[in-house]
Design a protein around this ligand. Structure first.
Ligand code: NAD
Length: 483
């Protein structure tokens, strides 16, 4: 099945931080792929802006290298040349006064203008202010801001206030690239496009939910940032929280940005405080071949967590009594993001206890190998009485819909095109981000107050043993982390 491409109107996109890592790895290749797919029309412009001086030709060479490294299939071909012809460069220090007139000269008056803030968050205020003061904001202007969006409630509020001083909320696109993943949107399609799941989607039928976002890599080159953030701020407060919202929210009246985000916000606000003994923090240890967390970040006394598991409660009518277990970590056994909805046992087994009891399990795999599996119970084949076994009804989206359907469109491609189309459904609203921090802050300050020390775990494991205990104490267990 080939996905339909609906071209957008020609637009101007300015990437502040156009020479940075994010621009190179994600933004520029994403734009190129949308151009190659016919969605980004010729006549659009991509303007890289950065502090260091370089000519447009040099910048095109830089972009070309990025495409080769991160996604171009037709190196040096006509499509690539046509794309590069749309690329320009302007030297601007976003805290200074130079370069803005040159930028203004590059922009067309009557079209969508997107400013991608791919610079450190502490520059956002200066950048937003200068875009306005140099008259570069039109009614059709949008700004795109990257995570981290604050590192606690107070800083997120300040950042929101800073941006709100210069732009309307409907012009601000806070990216959480998890929301751009195909299967994450499929979560909504599965829940609200099928009759069979929704009647069961509550505490009467669902025993518990597990959300796992496991990475096999370590902190890599982000050690400095990561050691100040940790898994709670880097992953839990945003990506896992967003997944939790999509899995737990009420059906919005329509698939409209504010209707969806209103429902997500209600979930975050319904999250109860997390008991300290319902949280497990971990830190990976070196194994001879690979360095441990502390060596990787270069901080021998670091107490930052590279792993966190916790048990959350959404305190509302739908979910009262159904815990949601969340875990995420680095250097785990495999890269795998899965949501497991574990249903309750049948209330009474007519086959007797010897036949075994089996709960249904709905697994929604976000990466890799996106798809869903429903485990159902059937009779074990053969004579000799009634014994029950679980079999998976497995649907891999790639197999069912063809490879073109899958993550061929990566999250950044989809999200950038949504910015151009003016669709904020998959972007976090300011109040959502603040509510997420309001839930996260007391958890983090609790660790600081208690002098909490993360538990060590082995590289290539599923995390610290205490995370298994967290489940065992409740008579439950984590599903495996499989590649
Ligand atoms: P980077 O350090 O690689 O690049 C920073 C860019 O900002 C460079 O182009 C630099 O020239 C430019 N810059 C710095 N100071 C400037 C100034 N005063 N005026 C104009 N330009 C200036 O950083 P990055 O990894 O590309 O990250 C950019 C933003 O995206 C950060 O906010 C980061 O937190 C966020 N982010 C990055 C990633 C990633 O994978 N790299 C992922 C998520 C979020």
């Amino acid at each position: 099945m080939v996905s339909r491409v609906i071209p957008v109107e020609p637009f101007d996109l300015v990437i502040f931080g156009g020479t940075g890592d994010l621009a190179r790895r994600k933004i520029l290749p994403a734009l190129y792929r949308r151009f190659r797919a016919g969605q980004m029309p010729a006549g659009s412009r991509v303007i890289g802006a950065a502090r260091s001086a370089r000519s447009t030709n040099d910048y095109r060479a830089f972009v070309r290298e990025a495409l080769v490294e991160f996604g171009s299939a037709d190196e040096g071909g006509q499509v690539e040349s046509a794309f590069l012809a749309l690329v320009h460069f302007v030297q601007i220090d976003v805290t200074g006064a130079q370069g803005w007139a040159e930028l203004a000269a590059q922009l067309q008056p009557d079209r969508v203008r997107a400013y991608y803030f791919s610079v450190r968050p502490r520059l956002f205020g200066a950048l937003a202010e200068r875009i306005q003061s140099h008259g570069l904001a039109t009614p059709d202007t949008r700004i795109v801001v990257e995570k981290p969006f604050g590192n606690d409630l107070a800083s997120a509020q300040l950042l929101n206030a800073t941006l709100a001083a210069h732009f309307e909320e409907n012009q601000i696109y806070r990216i959480d690239h998890y929301l751009g993943k195909e299967t994450v949107q499929n979560l909504m399609a599965i829940r609200f496009g099928n009759m069979m799941f929704e009647p069961l989607w509550n505490s009467q039928y669902v025993d518990h939910i597990q959300i796992t976002v496991a990475e096999s890599v370590g902190v890599g080159g982000r050690g400095d940032y990561y050691d100040r953030a940790g898994a709670m701020r880097d992953m839990m407060q945003n990506h896992l929280m967003q997944l939790l919202c999509l899995i737990a929210m009420e059906p919005p009246a329509k698939f409209d940005p504010d209707a969806v985000r209103d429902e997500k916000l209600k979930v975050i606000r319904a999250l109860g405080p997390v008991e300290p003994h319902h949280i497990v923090r971990g830190q990976y240890e070196g194994n001879g071949d690979l360095p441990g967390y502390r060596d990787e970040v270069g901080n021998a006394r670091s107490f930052t967590e590279s792993y966190i598991a916790l048990k959350a409660h959404v305190s509302n009518w739908r979910w009262a009594g159904t815990p949601i277990y969340l875990r995420t970590g680095k250097r785990l056994v495999a890269r795998s993001s899965v949501i497991n909805v574990v249903f309750k046992d049948a209330p009474h087994s007519i086959f007797g206890e010897a036949a075994g009891r089996h709960a249904n399990l709905l697994s929604i795999r976000l990466q890799p190998n996106e798809g869903i599996t429903l485990k159902v119970t059937i009779k074990e084949p053969g004579p000799g009485g009634m014994r029950l076994v679980d079999v998976p009804l497995d649907m891999s989206f790639a197999e069912a819909l063809g490879p073109d359907s899958q993550s061929a469109t990566d999250a950044y491609e989809r999200l950038i095109m949504d910015v151009i189309r003016g669709n904020q459904t998959l972007f976090m609203r300011g109040d959502e981000v603040e509510a997420a921090w309001a839930w996260t802050d007391p958890i983090i300050s609790g660790w600081t107050a208690a002098g909490d020390v993360p538990k060590p775990y082995e590289i290539g494991s599923t995390g610290p043993g205490d995370a298994e205990l967290l489940m065992k104490r409740d008579g439950r267990q984590w599903q495996g982390i499989n590649p």
